[in-house]
Design a protein around this ligand. Structure first.
Ligand code: GLN
Length: 485
């Protein structure tokens, strides 16, 4: 085991803290030093929270001294900058919220705080989490730690790059259509999108409220399960969270998957998929078979409508959710002769091209005369897609698919073509449409050294199956990917 901070897993750091080989304050300093060493190249962070980190570390060290530590105590982590932490900025990578300071902690932050991890800073994202490359950030893109000419993925590219490069030991992101799983795949780490209703969205800056979930990035499946354990559960502040008991996820981490029933949906292997990425994913699926799982090709017949359905439902929700940024209530305000001009000037100056594009699409698709043809149709398609998944989980424990059609693409490659950017999410959006959980686990690297992820899908509230299958696969592969930086 390497004792170099950048290579540590959460679990290893936790054991070092327990053995008093390192203090939480020293670990926090190692994280900050690593950020200072590499982040001028990566731009994973929008800003550090050094005072908060020092205060958190002190609390953690006190708890360790009192013998009250849990596995997360003293562990350095980061938050995507669309999640609120009291007293810190929360920009959502938009000019319109550039000077906004959060007035309260998101429920996930509050829940995590009970275990005393150490918040290091806030990470970069596509503006309001709209995008697949972090190039839509108003503050410049995040680079991929495996190749600085490539994107880290998005929208949670900052959180993914921060974990992959060893700046922090876990990070939170949000996933509305793939924004945790896709950057996890591009950066060679684990990324979990929970069931819709498993984790509170209170204190997350809303993108598409019926699709958004907050989830976690970590180097290993086990590390992800530790962080997730402290985030999940019903919350009085989010009426869409459900009173489903939260199991002890770490007790599900077994390497034995004999007899597990696995479906491989044929719609997830499409023309135009990168052949090398496809081969890596097919090998991964064969690995499950060799471990004793029952494999079967099957069909999710409405999967092909997922992306079209998503790009109607999501923009409609965006056009409603972003109407609050009016130059009066929050953030940037640009003066005008009357109220309408204040709205116009503030939103023109404060919002980037992608939010504007989606507000227009969403307003159009939900307006009188078009509502039936677009939004209503999309909601009907959503019911069919959801049924495909619930039917599948009558028969299978999990499904296996590629996370993305390609490895990380080059910076600038897709910015001028929104449609090709939207295609990056073709395998991930269906899960958000259906509300089911998914995890991306590293499956291999291409000849040029780019990571490729495998997506594991389970039924509603069956995250434990994701952890079980992901853990067994990870142990069998023993990849332990680390970028050379
Ligand atoms: N890339 C997708 C989009 O642009 C997903 C975004 C997300 O999950 N936040 O909508």
């Amino acid at each position: 085991m390497s004792n170099d901070f950048k290579d540590l897993t959460l679990k290893q750091a936790s054991e070092m803290l327990a053995r008093k080989e390192v203090s939480a304050s020293e670990l926090a300093q190692s994280a900050i030093n690593r950020v200072k060493e590499v982040d001028s190249k990566l731009h994973a962070f929008l800003y550090l929270a050094e005072d908060r980190a020092a205060a958190d570390a002190k609390l953690a060290d006190d708890a360790i001294a009192q013998g009250e530590a849990t596995v997360l105590t003293g562990i350095p982590y980061a938050l995507k900058d669309n999640l609120l932490a009291k007293g810190l900025q929360a920009t959502a990578a938009s000019k319109i919220l550039e000077n906004y300071i959060a007035a309260y902690d998101a429920t996930v932050v509050k829940k995590l705080s009970q275990s005393l991890p150490v918040l290091i800073g806030k990470t970069n994202l596509d503006e309001f989490a709209m995008g697949s490359s972090t190039e839509n950030s108003a503050f410049g893109p995040t680079k991929n730690p495996y190749d600085l000419e490539r994107v880290a993925g998005g929208s949670s590219g900052g959180s993914a790059a921060a974990v992959a490069s060893g700046e922090v030991l876990f990070a939170l992101g949000s996933d509305t259509g793939g924004s945790i799983r896709q950057p996890a795949s591009f950066c060679g780490i684990v990324g979990l999108k929970p069931t819709y209703g498993r984790v509170s969205r209170y204190g997350a800056i809303a993108l598409g409220s019926s699709l958004d979930q907050i989830g976690v990035f970590a180097k290993t499946v086990e590390d992800a399960s530790f962080a997730f354990q402290s985030m999940a559960g019903q919350d009085a502040h989010d009426a869409t969270t459900l009173p489903v008991p939260v199991p002890d996820y770490s007790s599900m981490l077994s390497e034995d998957i004999k007899g597990m029933k696995i479906g491989v949906p044929k719609e997830y292997f499409i023309d135009g998929m990168d052949p090398e990425a496809e081969e890596i994913v097919r090998d991964a699926i064969r690995k499950f078979e060799s471990m004793g799982a029952h494999m079967e090709e099957m069909s999710l017949p409405h999967a092909k409508y997922s992306l079209a359905c998503y790009y109607i439902i999501l923009p409609v929700e965006i056009s409603a959710n972003l109407s609050r940024y009016d130059g009066i209530r929050y953030g940037l305000s640009v003066p005008g002769k009357n109220l309408e001009e204040v709205y116009y000037n503030s939103r023109s100056a404060g919002l980037g091209a992608e939010p504007k594009r989606r507000i227009m699409i969403g307003t159009y698709a939900s307006s009188a005369g078009y509502f039936d043809a677009y939004y209503k149709k999309a909601k009907q398609a959503q019911a069919l897609i959801r049924k495909d998944f619930t039917d599948a989980f009558q028969k299978y424990d999990i499904l296996l698919t590629p996370t993305c059609p390609t490895p990380a693409f080059k910076l600038g490659e897709k910015v001028a073509d929104p449609l090709s950017m939207y295609l990056a999410d073709v395998f991930t959006v269906g899960l958000n449409i259906a509300g089911v959980p998914g995890i991306s686990v590293p499956a291999g690297v291409t000849a040029s050294g780019l990571p490729v992820g495998l997506q594991i899908v389970a039924g509603h509230f069956a995250e434990s199956k994701l952890f079980h299958a992901g853990f067994a696969f990870e142990k069998a592969m023993n990849l332990n990917l680390r970028p050379k930086m």
